[in-house]
Design a protein around this ligand. Structure first.
Ligand code: SAH
Length: 260
């Protein structure tokens, strides 16, 4: 209830016009700072639905830096051929360094990279608990190693596949993180019960109509017996996790036996 009324209060704040791209910086608000060659890609998907509403309400803000602004010469060059040979282009350390230094770094400084630590719900919770994140989006073959070393940049991967650039990864990470910020989702309980929160996949969900194309919803969900419903959902979540994600199931069981 407290969370809901807080939400309503914030809707009143949103009546004030506010630049979507966060040009007018809000102090103390969770900030995603993005270094990219394509600032027009932001807020992108994040400008819609719940994350978009939260952005307009000032529950988080975006601060994009165009790497191109720090490019060299008349053509604003940002990349060059790989030293030692090979295909493609590499983003220059000197250019990226200038772009990074242009504004204060908010939260951990991260390079989106397929070589990085795999992003997960625990990392999203960690990022949501801090002041924000600074995300460097690579393009082409990636970035000069020396800028990663000089700034002690932490590499984070969206998964074991290769994208053409870091921007989709950045938006996925911001989406997963922003929805954990206070007041962004209407119902805070939904982030505690969903997949990956309690170390289990979520139970199946149903809504109206009760019968559809000859398929009815499980009787227990219509029983009104909350204890039984809870037990059924738990059993479903456990069975699903065991079947689909033996790795998660093993970790869950280890955590349970630690508790006892
Ligand atoms: N040559 C690099 C891949 C470059 S892909 C390599 O083999 O490691 C171009 C850019 O896309 C990268 O600089 C990175 O910022 C982004 N990217 C690609 N795959 C990604 C992934 N799985 N997670 C996060 N960012 C990724």
């Amino acid at each position: 209830m407290a969370i809901r009324s807080h939400g309503r209060k914030s809707i009143a704040v949103s009546a004030k016009p506010r630049d979507l791209m966060g040009e007018s910086e809000l102090i103390g608000v969770w900030t995603a700072r993005i270094l990219t060659l394509y600032p027009d890609m932001f807020p992108g998907i994040l400008g819609h639905s719940l994350t978009g509403r939260a952005l307009r309400e000032g529950k988080w803000q975006l601060d994009t830096t165009n790497i191109r602004d720090f490019g060299l010469g008349k053509h604003r060059a940002v990349d060059d051929t790989p030293t030692g040979g090979g295909a493609g282009m590499v983003l220059r350390a000197d250019v990226l360094d200038e772009a990074i230094r242009a504004r204060p770094v908010t939260g951990p400084l991260i390079y989106l990279s397929p070589r990085g630590r795999r992003f997960d719900q625990a990392m999203a919770r960690h990022f949501a608990a801090g002041p924000g994140v600074t995300l460097l989006c690579g393009r082409f073959e990636g970035v000069d190693q020396r800028v990663l070393d000089a700034h002690n940049i932490f590499e984070v991967s969206l998964g074991d596949f290769v994208l053409t650039g870091g921007e989709i990864a950045a938006q996925a990470i911001i989406d997963a993180t922003v929805r954990l910020l206070p007041g962004v989702l209407g119902n805070a309980a939904s982030t505690e019960e969903e997949s990956h929160s309690a170390g289990l996949l979520e139970h199946p969900q149903y809504t109206q109509p009760r019968a559809w194309q000859g398929r009815s919803v499980p009787d227990v969900l219509l029983s009104g017996n909350h204890g039984e419903i809870e037990k059924w959902r738990r059993a479903q979540a456990e069975a699903l996790t065991q079947e689909r994600r033996p790795d998660m199931w093993a970790a869950h069981q280890a955590a349970q036996s630690d508790k006892t």
